[in-house]
Design a protein around this ligand. Sequence first.
Ligand code: NAD
Length: 361
Amino acid sequence: MEKVRIGIIGVGGITQYAHIPCFQKLENVEIMAISDPNEDKLKKVAEKFNIPQKFSDYQELLAVKEIDAVVICTPNVFHKEQSVAALQSGKHVLCEKPVALNSKETGEILKTAKERGKKFMVAFCHRFDNTTQILKKYIEQGEFGEIYYAKATYLRRRGIPGLGGWFTIKKLSGGGPLIDCGVHMLDTAIWLMGSPKPVEVVGSSYNKFKKEATDGGWPPVESRTGDKYSGTFDVEDLATSFIKFANGATLFLEASWAGNSETGLFLSLFGTKAGAKVGQSEEEGKMGGRGLKIFTEKQGGLVDILPVLPEVNPYQKEAEHFVECIRENKEPITKPEEILNVVKIIEAIYLSAEKGEEVKL
Ligand SMILES: NC(=O)c1ccc[n+]([C@@H]2O[C@H](COP(=O)([O-])OP(=O)(O)OC[C@H]3O[C@@H](n4cnc5c(N)ncnc54)[C@H](O)[C@@H]3O)[C@@H](O)[C@H]2O)c1
């Protein structure tokens, strides 16, 4: 295949910030068409990025025969319908996280991808962080031993996204910070732990900031000034959970859009030969830098390793990987059972929070 031709459905924040610039940087890749029901935005984005075809109805984009692959960047509620339709029209699919609202929808997508023999990948960009990539190498070479415990945290002090928009409406988003941000940390942690099978989940969710929230979005604000919330807000602003796996390993996961806490992304791994902590709080001045420290033993003494890592744009690496999978007929980094397990865990956390008891998977 000479050129890989891409169509993008949904031209909001993540499309303009990450997907268009990253795919346009790749050689022999063309973004041929975009689609969005917001015609004004569609026109502006097509002009700004010089994209030849634009459609307000995504089905018309799928009907363009020359398009090999589709990137789905719409509100979560549309992911299942659009992924299935794209796969059925013979396109490979890169779908933004969360893959769908629940495991039933996810199963349908994965089944369609298998039946049609098309690549299906979830845009878990954190797998492509320089820290995640180097940790995966250490772990695969056995340098961590058995990873038996992990902690994954995604906290925002004041960072409720798209206030008044779809993010805070459960039927459109599937939930709050857990399904929006926690999903990244959950996927990264489980992937680094070797994708063990989840067996039991306990979760709680809270909604303490809905009345006084300001729209923090990304990056989150560190003040309470700004537009006050108006619109539906029927999701959590903090979720906490504890997950047990069949191999005996456990994972603590927390995710918030607002709370009286620091803002930051953190991941801790506890292995029998080494452990690691990724991430520093914004206060420490490294938000986004994802500082990595490895804790181990050498020559009978305790040693900390601070890897010096090259700067990478994870979205760029994600786009490169997706195109490589298409060109070289490789299996995408996000395997079907991994995609499904992440959704099952999120579903179980919400169910556990609702029922007030643990949920067996
Ligand atoms: N991986 C990441 O780092 C990351 C970051 C942000 C968002 N996301 C995910 O990307 C997706 C989009 O988020 P966003 O922040 O860009 O949202 P957004 O609200 O900025 O953009 C969504 C776009 O989809 C369009 N749209 C709505 N219904 C549509 C339909 N039926 N068909 C086609 N287009 C439709 C909207 O008009 C809008 O332009 C979400 O699933 C979100 O979770 C991922």
